[in-house]
Design a protein around this ligand. Structure first.
Ligand code: BYC
Length: 484
C-alpha cells in the first residue's frame, strides 16, 4: 500500500522537533521520499505481519521521562518521527584541529564529503538489519519475542529516517540521491549489496537474531556514541536521541541469549546432565547446547569486530582530526583531544604471531573504539556466565580472540583459533566446525524454530522473560495476529 502523496499530512504524521512545518524545502523532499520508503517497508519489512496489531512504543518527544508511548499499531502506520536531542548553544567542537570552536550548525564545505559518507554508511545499516530479519516473525518463539523483533525493526526504520533527514536537510541534490540509494541497496544482493560486511550476512534463526542484537547493535551503540561527539551538531543531536532507543535493542539481544542459556541449564539440570559437552543428550531435550551457543557468539562477535574497520586507519585519523567523529565518551577522556604526539597499543600480526605494537594514537582510533566495545561485550558475557554458574555447571562462555575469523584489518589474511593462535590453512579447515556453527548445527537450530504464538506460551528452547514490556502481565497479547 502506498499512501497517495496528497493524503500524507507530514506536520502531524511525522512527529518532529525540527520545525518541519516551517521548512518547506525539506518537507517537500521528505514527502517525495516517503512513498518509496513505505514501498520498501511493505516489500522488505517484516514478512506476513504488516496487518497485525503490534504493541509498540513510539518516540513522540525527547523528554527523558516520557519520550515514548505504547499502543497497538499496524507497522506500516508506525509514526517514524524525526527527533533530535536538545540543542545547547554553547556546545563546541571538542577534539581535533577545530577544538574550542563553536559546534557547526551547517556542514563545513571542506568536510562535506566525509560527513556525507559517514551518514550514508550509518543510514545503510538500518534498513539492512530489517531486511536481514524480515522472515523471523514466522518462527517467533512467543508473542513477547515477536513484538520485540518488530519494535527493533520499526526503530531501525526510524533511524533510517533520522539519517535521511540529515541528507535532505544539509546535503542538497546529492543528499537526495543518496537517500534514494538507501532504499535501493539490499542486504546480501549480489549486484546492490549493503555497504558493510555484517549487514550482508543472513540471520537464519532466533539465536542469530539475539546474537546480532547483542553484538552488532552494540557496534551500533559504539559508532553512534562516536558520531554523537561530532562537531557537526545536527549529527550529534540525532545520534544522541537514537542511543535512547538502541539500549532496548541490546536488551532484547542480551536477555534473549540469557533466556536461551537459562532454559538449556534448566533442562540439563532436570535431566541430570552435568557435561555440557554431551551435545547429543542435551539436544534431545529440545534445547540448544551451550557449545553451539558459544559458536554462534564466536560468529557474531567476529563479524561485528569487522565493523570497526582497520585497526590502523588514516580514514579514522582524518575523521578525528577534522572533528567529525570522536572517541567513545570523548569529553570524559583526560588528554589533549588532539592526539598529535600520543601513541596507542594495537594488536598486530608480527612474524606470524599476534603482538601489541604502539602506533600513533590518531591512526589507532578504530582500535581504541574496538577495545571499548570488547570491554562492553565482556561484561555481557559475564552476565550470561553467572546464570550458568548459578545452575551449577562448570561450562563458561568466552569471547574469542580479536584475531579469530576476521575479514577486515590486521588479521584478515590470517587463520587464528579462538585462543589467538595462528594456524595453517589445513589446521583451520580441520578445526573450524568446532568454532563456528556448522551446517549440522544450523539444521538442528532450524528444527527448533517452530512458531509459538499462544498468549503467555514460550517455545521449548527459551525461558520466559522476568518482566513484561511496559510491565504487562505474562499472558499479555503483544501481537494480535492478522496474517497477510
Ligand atoms: N565492511 O580505514 P578503514 C548500526 C571499508 S552499526 C565493508 O579500514 P574506516 C546498526 C571502509 O568503508 C554502526 N567495508 O575503516 C547495528 C573504507 O572504504 P573506502 C554503523 C568496510 O573507514 C545493528 C575501507 O574499508 N555505523 O548502527 O576507518 C542494526 C578502509 O576503511 C568495513 C557506522 O559504521 C566493513 N566491515 O572505518 C542496525 C559509522 N570496514 O572509504 C544498525 C559510520 C571498513 O576506502 N562508519 N570498510 O571506500 C564509519 O565510521 C566507518 O566507515 C567504519 C570503517 C567504522 C565503518
Amino acid at each position: 500500500m502506498t499512501h497517495p502523496l496528497g493524503a500524507v499530512d507530514y506536520t502531524t504524521k511525522i512527529p518532529n522537533n525540527v520545525n518541519l512545518a516551517d521548512d518547506q524545502r525539506v518537507l517537500k523532499a521528505l514527502e517525495q521520499w516517503h512513498p518509496g520508503y513505505i514501498d520498501w517497508w511493505n516489500t522488505m519489512g517484516p514478512e506476513g505481519f504488516q496487518t497485525s496489531d503490534v504493541y509498540l512504543r513510539t518516540a513522540i518527544s525527547i523528554d527523558p521521562k516520557g519520550w515514548a508511548k505504547f499502543d497497538y499499531v499496524k507497522m506500516p502506520d508506525y509514526r517514524w518521527g524525526i527527533l533530535l536531542a536538545p540543542r545547547h548553544d554553547d556546545r563546541q567542537v571538542n577534539f581535533g584541529a577545530h577544538k574550542g570552536e563553536p559546534a557547526w550548525q551547517e556542514v563545513p564545505g571542506e568536510y562535506r564529503a566525509m560527513l556525507r559518507r559517514l551518514i550514508v554508511i550509518q543510514g545503510d545499516t538500518e534498513p539492512a538489519s530489517v531486511e536481514q530479519q524480515r522472515h523471523l516473525g514466522k518462527t517467533a518463539p512467543s508473542l513477547y519475542d515477536m513484538r520485540n523483533l518488530f519494535q527493533v525493526n520499526v526503530e531501525e526504520g526510524r533511524h533510517l529516517w533520522a539519517m535521511v533527514y540529515l541528507l535532505h536537510k544539509y546535503f542538497g541534490k546529492d543528499g537526495r540521491e543518496e537517500a534514494d540509494e538507501l532504499l535501493n541497496r539490499r542486504s546480501g544482493d549480489a549486484d546492490k549489496p549493503r555497504m558493510l560486511g555484517a549487514f550482508n550476512e543472513s540471520t537464519p534463526d532466533w539465536l542469530s537474531f539475539f546474537m546480532f542484537t547483542t553484538f552488532t547493535d552494540r557496534d551500533g551503540k559504539m559508532q553512534l556514541e562516536s558520531l554523537a561527539q561530532s562537531g557537526f551538531d545536527p549529527l550529534s543531536r540525532t545520534c544522541r536521541f537514537m542511543l535512547t532507543e538502541e539500549a532496548h535493542h541490546m536488551f532484547v539481544g542480551e536477555t534473549g541469549v540469557g533466556r536461551v542459556i537459562e532454559r538449556t541449564c534448566q533442562a540439563m539440570k532436570e535431566a541430570g546432565i552435568e557435561d555440557a559437552g554431551d551435545i547429543a543428550a542435551v539436544r534431545k531435550l529440545g534445547v540448544i547446547d551451550l557449545p553451539t551457543i558459544q559458536k554462534k557468539a564466536n560468529l557474531h562477535f567476529s563479524l561485528s569486530l569487522d565493523l570497526f574497520g582497520s585497526e590502523v586507519s588514516t580514514n579514522a585519523a582524518n575523521y578525528y582530526s577534522s572533528g567529525v567523529k570522536g572517541r567513545f565518551q570523548e569529553t570524559r577522556i583526560e588528554d589533549d583531544h588532539l592526539l598529535t604526539n600520543a601513541t596507542y597499543p594495537v594488536s598486530k600480526l608480527v612474524g606470524g604471531k599476534v603482538k601489541m605494537v604502539d602506533e600513533p594514537a590518531l591512526t589507532a582510533i578504530n582500535m581504541r573504539l574496538r577495545d571499548d566495545y570488547v570491554g562492553d561485550c565482556s561484561r555481557g558475557v559475564e552476565r550470561w556466565n553467572k546464570a550458568i554458574e548459578k545452575a551449577g555447571l562448570s561450562f563458561r562462555l568466552k569471547l574469542p580472540h580479536v584475531a579469530f575469523h576476521r575479514h577486515i584489518g590486521e588479521f584478515q589474511n590470517a587463520k587464528a583459533s579462538p585462543a589467538g593462535e595462528v594456524l595453517t590453512d589445513v589446521e583451520w579447515a580441520a578445526e573450524k566446525d568446532q568454532w563456528l556453527p556448522s551446517k549440522a548445527d544450523g539444521d538442528f537450530i532450524e528444527s527448533l524454530m517452530q512458531p509459538c504464538w499462544e498468549r503467555g506460551k514460550f517455545a521449548s528452547w527459551i525461558a520466559p522473560p522476568k518482566v513484561g514490556i511496559d510491565n504487562k502481565a505474562g499472558d499479555f497479547e503483544y501481537v494480535k495476529i492478522h496474517q497477510a
